[in-house]
Design a protein around this ligand. Structure first.
Ligand code: FMN
Length: 327
């Protein structure tokens, strides 16, 4: 049996950011937000000795493991691994436009082969774990609703229940993955239209949701929202989600307590992974301020010298000074 889970508010999968450590921080900040791992290629998931540094779950549920791949047997194995690691969901990445990913025959280029994507989803399906998809609207410079509709028509035959849509096309040549998150225009209307055709599927809207106000507004029009860069740049926004989005009674956690909780978590695992990966979920907050160039240099020095206590103190002072939690 699968658990009933709310996907009203999700943090998007982000390579290099939604690490097991970031997910711990996000969980300290919000009990109800739905979380994602970074994308992991099925081959790495199955064969890498290092996979635990990416997929350790540590009971941070509700959470999805995102995979990239298109080989049916590998996907079947991936689903079992996700289950063994207590994930609630296994998600197929059909949105990443990078060259490396195209070379491995996964990511956004799979939108060109809707039957294969349907077969992939069917390979991931298991009665104890939800198999879901994250895709774009289409491929190339021109938006085309019929292409998107035909793609979803095929995928829907798998019986899929949840589809996350990064509501813009992917352009596979000539622009970088970063530019692929800003250059192709957003079109939320396509997601609205497809929802009308498939009311039984939960469509979660992703792309360009850059404030909590926007998220709250869109949650009323879609089955849920998925947010990436806003959280990457300021994870502390998650401190408001349980109350504002899920209606939970407000437990005011102050910034110092959050930082201390997080450092208590990473101190014993120092050495398990690089100090940068352990601290990157939290140090992003320094970089959106005018003096960020100077701060970046200082932070790099501290990380290099592994001065954890100093880092903790600087973070607490910074949060107090900028009133970060409540901006
Ligand atoms: C640094 C970074 C890494 C990303 N890595 C992944 C990934 O591993 N898998 C994926 O499906 N999308 C990935 N994305 C795309 C996000 O999941 C999301 O679709 C995109 O950023 C749009 O949402 P936003 O406008 O809220 O940021 C990444 C985005 C960023 C900024």
């Amino acid at each position: 049996m699968k658990k009933e889970i709310s996907r009203k508010f999700c943090v998007a999968p982000m390579m290099g950011y939604t690490t097991p450590y970031a997910r711990k921080l996000y969980r300290i900040l919000s009990k109800h937000t739905f979380l994602f791992s970074e994308m992991i290629a099925t081959k790495s998931l199955i064969y890498s000795k290092n996979r635990s540094n990416i997929i350790d779950n540590d009971s941070n549920n509700p959470v999805a493991l995102q995979v990239g791949g298109s080989e049916i047997n590998d996907l079947k194995k991936a689903s079992i691994i996700a289950l063994e690691h207590n994930y609630d969901e296994i998600n197929l990445n059909v949105g990443c436009p990078s060259k490396a990913v195209q070379k491995g025959s996964f990511g956004a280029c799979l939108m060109n082969d809707k039957t294969l994507v349907r077969n992939c989803i069917e390979a991931l399906q298991h009665d104890k774990i939800e198999a879901t998809l994250k895709c774009r609207l289409g491929l190339g410079k021109e938006l085309n609703y019929e292409f998107f509709e035909e793609f979803i028509d095929e995928i829907s035959k798998s019986g899929i229940k949840v589809i996350y849509v990064h509501a813009r096309n992917a352009i596979l040549t000539g622009i970088s993955p970063q530019a692929n998150r800003t250059v192709p225009p957003l079109n939320y209307n396509y997601v609205n239209r497809i929802k009308k055709k498939y009311p039984q599927i939960n469509f979660i809207l992703n792309g360009g949701i850059d404030s909590l106000d926007k998220a709250s507004f869109l949650i009323n029009q879609f089955d849920g929202v998925m947010i990436g860069r806003l959280i990457k740049n300021n994870p502390f926004i998650l401190n408001k989600i349980d109350k504002e989005i899920f209606g939970a009674s407000f437990e005011k956690t102050d910034g110092e307590e959050i930082i201390n909780n997080y450092f208590n978590y990473i101190r014993p695992i120092l050495g398990k992974d690089s100090i940068f990966r352990l601290l990157s979920p939290i140090i992003g907050i320094f970089f959106g301020v005018p003096e960020s160039k100077f701060i970046k240099k200082k932070i790099n020095e501290i990380l290099h010298n592994k001065e954890l206590d100093l880092m903790q103190k600087i973070l607490i002072d910074f949060i107090k000074e900028k009133k970060y939690l409540f901006n």
